[in-house]
Design a protein around this ligand. Structure first.
Ligand SMILES: Cc1cc2nc3c(=O)[nH]c(=O)nc-3n(C[C@H](O)[C@H](O)[C@H](O)COP(=O)(O)O)c2cc1C
Ligand code: SF4
Length: 424
C-alpha cells in the first residue's frame, strides 16, 4: 500500500531538511510543473479527482478554474494554505506540517503556479509552535535554494511565501473569515458571491486550500492522475489521513486509501475498543459531523458514501463514543465549544448556541424538563443550512440533531431520573 503523503514521516523523527527532501525526489514536481503550461497542472489535478480535504470536499481543480487568468487578470493574486486546524478531534494537518514541511511548500508553489499567484500565505493555528518553527526553517531553505522568490528555478515564475501565525479562533478557519483575519480585521465571514477566487484578499483573486489537499499536488504532478486515482478505493482520488480518538486500544492517525470502511479503520488500525468499553457511536469527521452508529460501520469513508449514509467525511478524523460516556455530556462539551467560538454575527448562532448549551447543562444537572427536547429540536432546525451566514452553525447542529435521533433514550433518562445516569 502506497502512502505518498506520510512516506518520510515517522514519530519522534525530525522532518527531512531540504537536502534530504531533494534526495527523496522532492522538488522534482516543481521543476516538472514549471515546464508545463499552468492550465495543464490544473488539468492533471482535475483528472486525478482531487477533492479538498478541509471538510467540504470541493473539487480542487474546479476551485482553481474560477481564478481569472491571462494578461488582463488582476494582480497580485494570492494563494493561501489553511492550516488553522481547530476542529475538535482533528490533528491530521499537524502531522504533515511538523513531519514534512517541504512537501507542503512544494505543493503550495506548484498550486500557486497553476493559478499564477504572486504571493502565498500559510495561515497557521497559533498553538502549532513546533510546526511554525519547522515551516520557518523550510521556507528559508527554499528561498536560499531558489525555489521561492524571483524567477523560481531559473523560470519566469516568481512567488513570495509568508508564514502567518493566527491569533487563534476556530472561526479563522472558515475561508472568508480567514481573509478578514489576514487583513487585520475581525474574523467575521464575508458574503459570497463574490467568491475569493475572484475577489478575495484585499479584493484580489485568492485561492484557499487545506494543508492535506496541497500536499497531494506534487505527487499528482510527479506520478500522474491515473496513479493518484488508483490509490483510492472509491471515485475520489488519492489517499486520506484518517484519525481515531476516544477509548480505543490504539488511538492515532493513518494514511490509507480514500474510501477505507469505518470498521477497518476502527478495528484493524485503532485496535478496536479498549477492554471494558463498548462502541456506541462516532462522529466521523471532527465535531461538526452527524453521529453514526453500529449500523454504519461498513460505510466507506469517502465524501459521497458518507453523505449517502447521513453524515459527512469532514476532516476524516473520528471521535468514538463509548458506553461509559454520557452522550448528553459529550454534546454539552461540544456545543459549549461551538457557542464559545461563534463570531456573533447571526442570531440563531450566537444566541441559539448559548441556549443549546444551557439546556444541555440543565439536563446534565438534573434540571431537565420534557419540553427541553422540543426546544433542542427547534434550535437544531434554526441552526441548519440557510439560516445563518456561515457553516459554523450548521456544523454545530449536526451532532445535536443526530444525537437527539440516536441517543433519545439517554435524553429521556436524564429527564425522568432528574440526574445524569453516568454521574455517581
Ligand atoms: C467554522 C469553520 C472552520 C473551518 N476550519 C478549517 C480549517 O481549520 N482548515 C481547513 O482547511 N478548512 C477549514 N474550514 C473549511 C474552509 O472554509 C475551506 O472550505 C477550506 O479551507 C477549503 O480547502 P479545501 O478546498 O482544500 O478543502 C472551516 C470551515 C468552517 C465553517
Ligand atoms: S453562523 Fe455563527 S460563526 Fe457563522 S457568521 Fe453566523 S454567528 Fe458567525
Amino acid at each position: 500500500m502506497e502512502t505518498p503523503l506520510t512516506r518520510s514521516i515517522a514519530p519522534e523523527k525530525a522532518p527531512p531538511d531540504l537536502a534530504q527532501y531533494e534526495k527523496a525526489g522532492g522538488y522534482a514536481a516543481l521543476r516538472k510543473a514549471l515546464r508545463m503550461a499552468p492550465g495543464d497542472v490544473t488539468a492533471a489535478v482535475k483528472e486525478a479527482n482531487l477533492r479538498g480535504r478541509g471538510g467540504a470536499g470541493f473539487p480542487t481543480a474546479q476551485k482553481w478554474s474560477f481564478v481569472p487568468m491571462g494578461d488582463d487578470a488582476p494582480h497580485p493574486k494570492y494563494f493561501i494554505c489553511n492550516a488553522d486546524e481547530m476542529e475538535p478531534g482533528t490533528f491530521k494537518d499537524r502531522l504533515l506540517l511538523e513531519g514534512d514541511p517541504h512537501q507542503l511548500i512544494e505543493g503550495m508553489i506548484v498550486s500557486a503556479y497553476a493559478v499564477q499567484a504572486d504571493v502565498g500565505y500559510i495561515f497557521l493555528r497559533w498553538a502549532y509552535k513546533l510546526a511554525a518553527q519547522r515551516l520557518e526553517q523550510a521556507i528559508a531553505e527554499a528561498y536560499h535554494r531558489g525555489y521561492l522568490g524571483r524567477n523560481i528555478a531559473g523560470s519566469s515564475y516568481s512567488l513570495e511565501l509568508h508564514l502567518h501565525v493566527s491569533a487563534g479562533r476556530y472561526m479563522c478557519g472558515e475561508e472568508t473569515a480567514l481573509l478578514n483575519a489576514l487583513e487585520g480585521k475581525r474574523a467575521n465571514p464575508r458574503a459570497k458571491p463574490p467568491y475569493p477566487q475572484v475577489s478575495g484578499l484585499w479584493g484580489k483573486p485568492t485561492v484557499v486550500n487545506n494543508v492535506e489537499t496541497l500536499c497531494c499536488v506534487p505527487h499528482i504532478v510527479n506520478k500522474g492522475a491515473a496513479w493518484f486515482k488508483n490509490l483510492s478505493r472509491s471515485g475520489d482520488g488519492g489517499t486520506k489521513l484518517y484519525g481515531v480518538s476516544g477509548r480505543v486500544k490504539k488511538p492515532g492517525l493513518w494514511e490509507l486509501p480514500m474510501g477505507t470502511p469505518i470498521r477497518e479503520i476502527l478495528e484493524e488500525h485503532a485496535g478496536g475498543m479498549r477492554n471494558g468499553y463498548r462502541f456506541r457511536g462516532l462522529l466521523p469527521g471532527g465535531a461538526s459531523t452527524d453521529f453514526m452508529i453500529a449500523d454504519h460501520l461498513d460505510v466507506a469513508m469517502d465524501f459521497d458514501s458518507m453523505q449517502a449514509a447521513g453524515s459527512r467525511l469532514g476532516t476524516g478524523t473520528m471521535i468514538i463514543l463509548d458506553d461509559r460516556t454520557c452522550p448528553v455530556g459529550m454534546l454539552h462539551n461540544l456545543e459549549h465549544f461551538f457557542a464559545q467560538e461563534s463570531c456573533g454575527w447571526c442570531t440563531p448562532c450566537w444566541s441559539g448556541l448559548s441556549w443549546v448549551e444551557q439546556i444541555l447543562k440543565g439536563l446534565e444537572d438534573g434540571k431537565g424538563e420534557a419540553s427541553d427536547l422540543e426546544r433542542l429540536q427547534s434550535h437544531a432546525r434554526l441552526l441548519s443550512p440557510g439560516h445563518t451566514f456561515c457553516a459554523l452553525a450548521p456544523g454545530a447542529a449536526e451532532p445535536l440533531q443526530s444525537g437527539l435521533k440516536y441517543f433519545r433514550d439517554d435524553f429521556d433518562r436524564h429527564i425522568r431520573e432528574k440526574r445524569c445516569p453516568w454521574r455517581s
